[in-house]
Write a protein that binds this ligand. Sequence first.
Ligand code: GLV
Ligand code: MN
Ligand code: MN
Length: 405
Amino acid sequence: MLRVNSDRLRKSLEEMGQIGYGGPGKGVSRLALSDEDKRARDLFVSWLKEAGLEVIVDPIGDIFGLREGSIDAPPVMAGSHLDTVREGGAFDGALGVLGALEAIRTLNDYGIRTRKPVAVACFTDEEGARFQPCMLGSGVVAGLMTLQEAYAKKDDAGISVEAELERIGYKGNKWLKPVAYFELHVEQGPVLDAKGISIGVVEGIQGIAWWQGKYQGEANHTGTTPLDMRRDALLGAAELVCSVRRLAEEMGHDTRTTVGRLHPYPDIINVVPGQASFTIDLRQYDEALYEDGKKRAEALVAQAASNHRLEYELEMVGDAKPVHFDPAMVNLVEEMAREAAFSYMRLPSGAGHDAQYMHSICPTAMIFVPSIGGRSHCPQELTDFDDAAKGATVLANAMLRLAGS
Ligand code: GLV
Ligand code: MN
Ligand code: MN
């Protein structure tokens, strides 16, 4: 079995984690295609070159480091993303990218020439925190969104993906499609940590539905407008926050619903809010329940509007179906964990990952390592570096097995 260099992996994670670090309690902020994302990309590219890899940037800004094999074939690929949510952690995404780089560095250390090429991938805008939907880069590679659709996505300030790709110098011109895809990631949930298990063998990913909406009511004076004459948009949105939460409780089966953004307008103490914009995030692993949940969430938006005499706009901005990974790939991850004598268990993923889209074009699987206290998408996100190295060891051996030597 290959053993990765855990010190080197740790140093890479720590150095990358400095980019966008905001100080104690502020975590890491590397929103997609921002200046911080560019600095992270530049550092990653310098490491790809140091490792002797061919650097490929595709038209949606995904970065690949390709190590040739003894035959000319599509590569066995592993990766994830380097963008983060605002005030996120240093492991979400970075572990999958730098773990894959560490796997390739380890092949270099051992002097192994694989039969098929291998590649490390860093996908653009996995988080969807700045540009919705999430998993933009892998979505384009998988053909689930056109390049032009992706280029046209805009952030809150109206800046487009295409303009930002050009500005930071990561609008490339060559595509790379793999024969198989692996993704190492922190679990971002509490299961592995609570059970004291090092490796999660991921069986699939739950569906993710995202909406952006806006209630339109009537702004008016708070002191003079009788309650029964108001059309309070924030009140409608507040009702929606609660009814969307109740929907998850009623549906059961680990359905998760969240209103993560809510903005009243004009946002003034003595004005009845005339407008309120909001988002909805719904997650469910079962395909039929997922589809049902989507309909019910949309009905709740209409219901709260009618209860408060509001007009509304609602746009679905993300719809990643639940996926179940290729059983042979999942078995391979399990076999590598067993051979390395690491504790492991099977589980589904609660978070979205580029693997969710790569699954639609090639056999795909994921490896999880524990998140301490189950914290993620927050400054408290943390994973033990020994567990990170175990995950990279499983990844390196799975890649080698598929690429052949
Ligand atoms: C991606 O991080 C998601 O699950 O929202
Ligand atoms: Mn991630
Ligand atoms: Mn994330």
